[in-house]
Design a protein around this ligand. Structure first.
Ligand code: FE2
Length: 299
């Protein structure tokens, strides 16, 4: 049956089967698509969350992979406090941070920028041995139009593969390299390069430690090659996977407003930021939550 499902005239390529585990009682959750993304209402992040709200925010993240909040005019300290509810802070190996607050990464592009953050599909810092679990981005200055962020579900990307391709990839590992990504990248902002940047070998199919679901875990930003297969095979398979995972079927697209917040799960989501607003300014801060070492567990 599997091969007939992907020919194009036998129903959808991807049949989404996951639904929320229970109604929410302390927040309101409105999905952007059935597959990925939800907006969270009836919550004020300038005030401490109740234990019940915190648990439901965590559940909403697990069930939707990326969650969004509107009109949250939070201070830097409130941003850090919210992030700390979900784990320790991850400190970026290269990017500039707010002075005196290394856990608060600056996200900024204006008419003089030579680059903007996240212009290619990636998961944050997947070159780390223990890549960040999640990233929480607060945008305080928006361009009049544009600057959207796209998010893609790597659960859906994995599940839409043929059974033969899943079998091929399950248990395989890939090399993620920070060196070509970070060396010299922030030179114009006065950042002096470190002697070396992180690199790591991770499973190509990653089992999510909270949901137990399988996700594709290679990305254009950091994954240089597959381990244990010839280079030409690695290049060809990665090219296929990178194109496959960019299918809009697996995506949602978030339009920022002043004081919007996005919280995405790097273990099962890739994202890409649009720099379509030049010469306007887009500016904010990111708090990044530490994660664990990726693993693959057969189901
Ligand atoms: Fe990113």
């Amino acid at each position: 049956m599997q091969d007939t499902q992907i020919r194009g005239n036998n129903g959808p390529r991807y049949r989404h089967k996951h639904s929320d585990s229970a109604p929410y009682e302390n927040i309101r959750v409105e999905k952007l698509t059935p597959i990925i993304g939800a907006e969270i209402f009836d919550i004020d992040l300038t005030r401490p969350l109740s234990q019940a709200q915190q648990l439901e925010v965590h559940r909403a993240l697990a069930e939707n992979q990326v969650i969004f909040f509107r009109n949250q005019n939070i201070t830097k300290e409130q941003h850090l406090a919210f992030g700390s509810l979900f784990g320790d802070f991850h400190i970026h190996p290269a990017a500039p941070h707010v002075e005196g607050l290394p856990a608060l990464m600056k996200i900024h592009a204006d008419e003089n920028s030579i680059r903007a953050n996240g212009e290619a599909w990636h998961t944050d810092v997947s070159c780390d041995q223990e890549p960040p679990m999640g990233s929480i981005l607060h945008i305080h200055t928006c361009p009049p139009h544009g600057g959207d962020t796209l998010f893609a579900s790597m659960y859906a990307a994995y599940e839409a593969l043929s059974d033969r391709m899943k079998n091929y990839l399950n248990g395989m590992t890939a090399y993620h390299d920070g060196e070509p990504v970070y060396r010299g990248t922030y030179k114009n902002l006065g950042v002096i390069d470190k002697p070396e940047y992180p690199h790591a070998e991770h499973p190509v199919v990653r089992t999510h430690p909270v949901t137990g679901r399988q996700a594709l875990y290679v990305n254009r930003g950091f994954t240089s090659h597959l381990i244990g297969v010839p280079k030409d095979e690695s290049t060809a398979v990665l090219k296929y996977l990178f194109e496959h995972m960019e299918n809009p079927l697996f995506q949602c697209r978030f339009r920022w407003q002043q004081h919007s917040i996005a919280f995405w799960d790097n273990r099962c989501v890739q994202h890409r930021a649009m720099w379509d607003y030049w010469p306007n300014t887009r500016s904010g801060h990111r708090v990044t939550v530490s994660g664990d070492k990726p693993f693959y567990r057969p189901i």
